[in-house]
Design a protein around this ligand. Sequence first.
Ligand SMILES: [Fe+2]
Length: 441
Amino acid sequence: MKKFAVVGASVWGTAWLIAGAVLGVYMYRHISHPFYFVLPFLALGILGVVPASLALLVMRARSWKARLATVALHAAIIALAVGGPAAWRNYYETPRNGGPYLVWSDDPKTSVTVCWTAETPASGRVEYAAGGSEEWKTAECPAAHNPKVKIAGLQPGGKYRYRIPVLGGQEFPFQTAPAAPEDFSFAVYGDNRHAGGFSWHGSVIKAMQREDAATPFRFIVNSGDIVERPGKGHGWQWATFLRDITPLAASRPYEVSLGNHESGGKPEPFDEYFDYGHPEHWRAFDYAGVHFIMLSTEDDLKPGSPQFSWLEQTLATPPTDTRFTVVTLHKPLLTHDPRGRYNDPKMRAELEPLFAEKGVDIVFAGHVHAYEHHHLPAFEHVITGGGGVLLWNKPVPGPETVKTETVWHFCAVDVKGKTMSVRALRTDGSVIDAFEVRSRR
Ligand SMILES: [Fe+2]
């Protein structure tokens, strides 16, 4: 009997390990990164080893009590492995208290919108005051699980602070965009989402905070894919995302270009969390002489579409003090991946000539889980898709490539006079790539 158990357990465990290796080869062939060979090998290995070890231990046990204890231990391990994550998911189906975080749903010079999540929709009241003043004013929206309160009528270039009574009244500083061009910095990154429960977003945010202490970021731009899935059963991802970004986003706006994961064809949850001023998922804002255009690759972007027509118009009519035009979109115009994934020559053919003609200086994209910098004839093209998601792309150098690396990172951008300096930084602060863009206006 014991011999039978040993042979049976060995065959069972080996079969799952072989299945893991086969799936690993399949995944590696479709996903560039070698980690995705190891992952299924480990996962399926566990599926083989747990029951195999159970069978062996049961057969080797000398008493019924020992056998029962072995079975109970394995049952507890399996119950925890299955039930723990399920309980975690259920807990966050109702939004918990989270945030606050800021966005712009109107003119950055004179307004800011304060957002947070509330376990109980009790009050949508925000109190705010200028500088060190104790003259507190109020702005509010109806009580909701996702309050979004616009504070308007502020002074350009003003320093303010706000507090949310129902969240405990902690004060957070913020400032409005200046009336005229001045030097400033901002951060760009994307693809921080969870994948199978894993994300290193917190490490990227900590690296961003360290950089922020030296060169404060006025706002953060995210090129999309902030959660793995948007809807029912995935409330915990929004809660985790807000917990990660709050240390930075409580005191400066956080601007997202809609990604395919939080869209998923049903962007309603995204619209619950963010109010960028209108129902469309594309928009533009101006900050200190830089014209920012946030596109949605999850909506129709073909010539003739409402978004494309809007894009043509906003590119043609930047403010007169514009030094640079920056475009952010989730899916890139190009990428060089040995598997040929994510390349969309049609989109590039439709957008690159327009960007070139209208003087776009730099494009920030995501979707590819890596850093890629391409120098195109008319502008720079950066993929900054290493915001914390598992890294599964290994781009290779192409004719336009300046630098590529598969690593968690973000980009720090300093605008000084007529020069825009971009630094792509790893989470330890070391530099992946650094380059400058000179204003052509
Ligand atoms: Fe994506």
